[in-house]
Ligand binder design. Structure first.
Ligand code: NAI
Ligand code: MG
Length: 499
């Protein structure tokens, strides 16, 4: 299919970027894949091809890892913390200077609302880069006392924090650029080099980011970007013997495979995986905030969010009111392309994702769930799914247990605090949860009792560069962001001297 770049709502620089074929960034150069193969990028609102990019495979990953290794051992190892900080700050400025183009690319490629792409995917990414830039100059070890007693001898013991090495970083399609920066920024702040593998559905902003990385002055080979598919390029990165660490965000299924492979080769690994996050609305919640709050907790980014609040538990006394309010919001949402400013909910990212979500809706109905609103595909062009509210879903029904990753929420009544703790924790996942209540003691007790990496109170889904982020149970291993990210990207070395 030919590439269609003439899309209403997109600026000229965005169209010009779409018109040139995307390449691989290897050792500071833009290259075609060794095989010469390319693949299509689809606009999920129209199902039209909007760009074409190089399809990297094992050979390309190998070249990228070699470049990353050479940079790590060579030029990059001589770049000091202040210069790493300066380059990351420059990159943040460049992201801001190109904000509108980046937001349009992200909105087009993922299907997300342009407003959110501006605010979150681009705005918070610039903020994130600046936050991590600050860490470059604040990495420290410790001096430690030891207990040996030898006459006339003293001891000096200390720790060093050193970069892990070559980091293989595999990211998904829901927040392509933001998650690429969650991976790249702490790695660079701490002196590592990177091979980034964007999701096959959403390679565009990674390529544009690569251009900005070169413009920011990072030496060749420090960041390499190989667009391609998971089973080929992704798997080659995971199994590559010269990669020291894998950082992955995506499905629990692939995360488990990566964890296993990393265990075999003893690569460092951090995994940020799926979720089935509960939102608990107590009878004393301020419903004026809680109802739109939980609607946003599920429908933001079309529900394609690892922390999406898919299980809604509402106290018996306010259940009907909350479900009515939520359904009214869902019914009123205008579906349309993300880059159309009148849209309130965009398409899902791919036909595969739409089919997966529609399959879950069908399964939910078949197993006895009741659809209060939504429940169908919207239109026949574009991957739109109606915002959907289910009730009467049983604890062991498929849609109560598995991650749906779409605009589908299940509302259930609860009566007592002990019941709701057990129910909220009755899941293989533990990424996040939210509590909506005006009783501070209840909120604190729930925050302690719910098994999740993040608990929000009277809000849902907010992430900040300074707050550790990651999951309990099958939601992953390790914490990104904050000081925790510095631990992920450094090795601790102990030095003991007899003096
Ligand atoms: P996925 O886990 O297959 O893809 C995520 C990334 O992993 C992509 O870059 C992909 O190319 C790569 N990948 C896939 N297979 C690989 C392999 N064998 N080795 C190395 N890398 C590999 O996710 P997919 O198939 O796009 O979505 C399936 C489901 O995963 C979604 O419905 C959702 O439930 C979940 N998901 C969760 C995300 C999160 O933020 N935690 C993000 C995306 C998907
Ligand atoms: Mg997959």
């Amino acid at each position: 299919m030919t590439v269609m770049t003439n899309i209403a709502g997109l600026g000229d620089t965005t169209k010009a970027f779409l018109a040139k074929q995307g390449k691989l960034l290897i050792n500071g150069q833009w290259e075609d894949a060794a095989s010469g193969e390319t693949f299509e990028v689809i606009d999920p609102a129209t199902e039209k091809v909007c760009a074409r990019v190089a399809e990297g495979r094992r050979e390309d990953i190998d070249r990228a890892v070699k470049a990353a290794r050479a940079a790590f051992e060579g030029e990059w190892s001589r770049v000091g913390p202040a210069d790493r900080e300066r380059m990351l700050l420059k990159l943040a400025d460049l992201v801001e200077q190109n904000a509108e183009e980046l937001a349009q690319l992200e909105s087009l490629n993922v299907g997300k609302l342009l407003m959110f792409a501006r605010m979150i995917d681009v705005g918070s990414t610039a903020q994130y880069l600046r936050y991590m830039a600050g860490w470059a100059t604040k990495i420290e070890g410790r001096t430690l006392d030891v207990s040996f007693h030898i006459p006339h001898v003293e001891w000096h013991a200390y720790t060093l924090r050193q970069p892990v090495g070559v980091c293989g970083q595999i990211v998904p399609w829901n927040f392509p650029m933001a998650l690429a920066c969650w991976k790249i920024a702490p790695a660079l702040a701490t002196g590592n080099t990177c091979v980034l593998k964007p999701a096959e559905q959403t390679p565009l902003t990674a390529i544009r980011l690569g251009e900005l990385i070169l413009e920011a002055g990072f030496p060749p080979g420090v960041v390499n970007i190989v667009t391609g598919f998971g089973e080929t390029a992704g798997a080659a990165l995971v199994s590559h013997p010269d990669v020291d660490k894998i950082a992955f965000t995506g499905s629990t299924q692939v995360g488990k495979m990566i964890g296993k492979a990393a265990g075999e080769s003893m690569k460092r690994v951090s995994l940020e995986l799926g979720g089935k996050s509960p939102m608990v609305v107590a009878d004393d919640a301020n419903l004026e905030f809680a109802i739109p709050g939980v609607a946003n907790g599920i429908f933001f980014n079309q529900g394609e969010v690892c922390t999406a609040g898919t299980r809604l538990y509402v106290h018996d006394k306010v259940f009907d009111k909350v479900v009515d309010g939520l359904s009214t919001i869902a019914k009123g949402m205008k579906l349309g392309a993300g880059y159309d400013p009148s849209s309130q909910l965009g398409p899902l990212v791919s036909s595969e994702q739409m089919e997966r979500v529609l399959g879950y809706i069908e399964k939910g109905k078949k197993e006895g769930g009741e659809v209060v609103t939504g429940g169908k595909r919207h239109g026949s062009k574009g991957y739109f799914v109606e915002p959907t509210v289910f009730t009467n879903v049983k604890p062991n029904d498929t849609i109560m247990r598995e991650e749906i990753f779409g605009p589908v929420i299940i509302a259930t009544r609860y009566k007592s605090e002990d019941d709701i703790v057990a129910t909220a924790n009755d899941t293989e996942y533990g990424l996040a949860a939210s509590i909506w209540s005006s009783n501070v003691s209840f909120c604190h007790r729930m925050a302690r009792r719910i098994k999740a990496g993040t608990v929000w109170v009277n809000c849902h889904g907010l992430v900040d560069p300074n707050l550790p982020f990651g999951g309990f149970k099958n939601s992953g291993i390790g914490r990104e962001n904050g000081a925790a990210a510095i631990d992920l990207y450094t090795e601790q070395k102990t030095v003991l001297m007899m003096v």
